[in-house]
Design a protein around this ligand. Sequence first.
Ligand SMILES: [Zn+2]
Length: 380
Amino acid sequence: MKKIMLKITLLVVVLTFHPVISNAQSRKDKEQTVTVKDPYDVAKINAPKGKKIKNVILMIGDGMSLMDMYSAWTLNKGKLNLENAQAVGLSKTYCANKLITDSGAGGTAIATGHKTNYHMVGTDVNGNPLPSLTDFAKNKQLSTGVVVTCRLNDATPADFCCNNTDRDKDYEIVADYTTCGVDFIFGGGSKYFENRPDGRNIFREMENKGYQTPKNWDALSKINSGKVLAVVDTLDLPEPKVRGNILEKASMKAVDMLSKNDKGFFLMIEGSQLDDYGHFNDLDLLMQEIFDFDKTIGKVFEWAAKDGETLVIVTADHETGGLTLVGGDLEKGKIVGKFSTTGHSGVMVPVYAFGPGSENFTGIYENTALFDKIKKLLNL
Ligand SMILES: [Zn+2]
C-alpha cells in the first residue's frame, strides 16, 4: 500500500512539474485563438486520367482529424492542397484491446492489415512479427521508402520497418532497421543508432549493408542513387519554423530516387508531430504542422499528377487532442479552438485519395482495409 501511495505521489509530482504536460493541462478546455501569419497559395491540381497504378504514396498525419483540417483550411483563408483529393472515405481506428488506439497499433493495422494490441508495433496480438507493406513491396522488387520528422524508433515508422510488442523498446526497434531492407529512410533519432548500451553502431552496420548515411540535408541533397539512411537529428526534428520545409524536400528526394525503379515504389510519408502538438494542446504549433504537411501534400499531388501512375492516400492512424472549433473568421484567417483531451480520442478518421484507383477508398471501413486495398492495387 505504502509503495502504491509513493508511486501515486511521484506521479502527481511528475504530472505537476513536467512543463509540457502541465502546460497542456492548463491549456485544455480553454479557448485558444490563432490568426494566420503567412497564408500560402494553393493550386488546382487536376488528377491524371489513366487507370494504371505503378506507385503508391501513403501519407499519414499522426493524430490528424477532420477538425484539424477544417481549422487549417479556415486559418489559410479557405484553401488547402488536400482539397485536390478525388475521393474521401472513413477509417475505423480502434485496436484489438482498446477502443482508443495509439500509433503503435493504429499504424500496425495500416502497415500489416492486422488489428493488434495497444503499444505493439508490427506484431500480432501474440507478439508474432508481421510483414508490412514495405516487405510485400520489396518482395515484388518495388522500391520502398519511409520519411518522417520524428525519431525513427517512434511508432509510425516502426510499424512499417520493425517488429516489437513494446513501442518503448527504442534500441531494439532501431536495430530492426538493419534487416528491414527499406531503400530510403529519413527521420531523426541518431541517439539510438550510436553509443548504444549494447555496443552496436547501427550506422556502421547499415553502411556495411551498402547504405549511405548522410546526417543533414546538405549531404542528402547530393545523393542521387543507392540506398539511404538519413538520420538528421538526435531525437525528433525541431518545430516547423526551425526545421523549415525539410519534410517536403526529403519526401520529394525520396520520390525522385525511388521512381527510378521501373517496377514502381511504395513510400510512406508521415506528418509525425501533429500528434505531439495535439497532446500538448498547442493550437498554434498544431496548425504549423498541418500547414507543413499540407504543403508536402501539394508537392506530392503535383508530382503524382504529372507521373499519372501514382496513387496517393492521405490519412491518419487516430485522432489526438479532441479539437473543436468554437469560433473564427474565414476572411481574416482566424480560428478559435478548444481541446478536450491531452490524449487520443475515439473517432473515425478521413481517408483522402488522389490518382488512379482513388475510387476504391470511398466508404466506411476498418483501418486494416487500407492495407488490403493497397496490397491489391499494387498487386503485391
Ligand atoms: Zn499520440
